[in-house]
Design a protein around this ligand. Sequence first.
Ligand code: S3P
Length: 454
Amino acid sequence: MPGSVFSINKKTKKINMSQTITFQVQPGGSLRGEIRVPGDKSMSHRSIMLGSLAEGVTHVTGFLNAEDAISTLEAFRAMGVEIEGPVNGEVTIHGVGKHGLKAPAKPLYLGNSGTSMRLLSGLLAGQPFDTVLTGDKSLESRPMKRVTVPLAQMGAEIITQENGTAPLHIKGKAGKLQGIHYDMPIASAQVKSCLLLAGMYAEGETSVTEPAPTRDHTERMLNGFGYPVQREGSTARISNQGKLTAARIDVPSDISSAAFFLVGASIAPDSDVTLRHVGINPTRTGVIDILRLMGANIEVLNEREVGGEPVADLRVRSASLKGINIPEHLVPLAIDEFPVLFVAAACAEGQTVLTGAEELRVKESDRIQVMADGLQILGVDAQPTKDGMVINGGGHIGSGEVESHGDHRIAMSFSIAGLRANGPITIRDCANVNTSFPEFRALATHLGLALTSF
Ligand code: S3P
């Protein structure tokens, strides 16, 4: 019934970055209805990057019109690429070819977006011009050595701040990069993608081995644009012998945005939600696996493939969840979903233990500490550990005032916690919900969440 699916499409709107937004959620309620959440953030970034480097005109539909993806779009405009949109999720990119980018007139400001900064640092290392990459306070405190160290091994010259953070001053080394083999010490799709993009400009072969599977949208989309990337077990290989030919990209809905409603409809009694056209790439579906292990009732319907990526409708109904030991192999496959999974754990009977997730400490905020602090304020027995969390769930979630620390996924997770709280929850510092999911409040209230903002 696509005609009856509620979704929100907005034209580009300017968002005031200095705005402070507070969310307040009234307790209880259920979630019911059908929605389509906005486009996948990872794929939206990559569609702009690869569309810009392609020969010909690339049409993107389902593009995420949110601050992070717009940071990437504006960066490519600043490097001379003509890009129309986004209008109702449609973007038209007039590709300039692999060697057609121009020096930007000023530093590229990438806001809150780690994906923009890490992928661009690889792509820009081999250009015939210098660039400076900057970002907001959170982005400029995140670790960048994970990309600048292997890029230096390829011959890149990137000056960081003393502790390895941005601003990054990238000296363009066109024709001077050398392919390397890199065994990644951490499972990171951003590091893998950064090196593959640098490898498009490096002499010889560049190969990257990952210690555990991570999202493979870069490899899939490069192949979709006709650029050869070989995949052999946990290793991806690329060379400078390829070109990108313009393509049509249909970006599915973001499973990381859908995750808030997968948890919300699971924990709230009498809920029944269908999420349409969600990307279910197996490198992204850890949240479904973890919730099912906890006893969630999630059906994957109408599975199909759209432009090289698997897509489905997800139907989720209330269930009584139980605590589990989260298998470590699922951690990279659900890396962005842990804030809301901690809310599921708080509502689950028994103990949930997460280990092997130290990466959560260097996301948009320290997601282990910030979630533990907020859950404790709400009376939940949540104990942070060095690499995860132990939550004894099943008690009640109280009311109170929590801080999101400017982290979009923390803000949305505590909003969902309201469904099982026994009083209102106030969440401070929520403006950054606009980085990934500006329609969150409208879609959540449409389904039944009593969420206001001021
Ligand atoms: C992303 C990779 C992940 C994820 C981020 C998006 C990407 O980061 O957390 O939100 O688009 O490649 P890491 O590679 O640092 O794990």
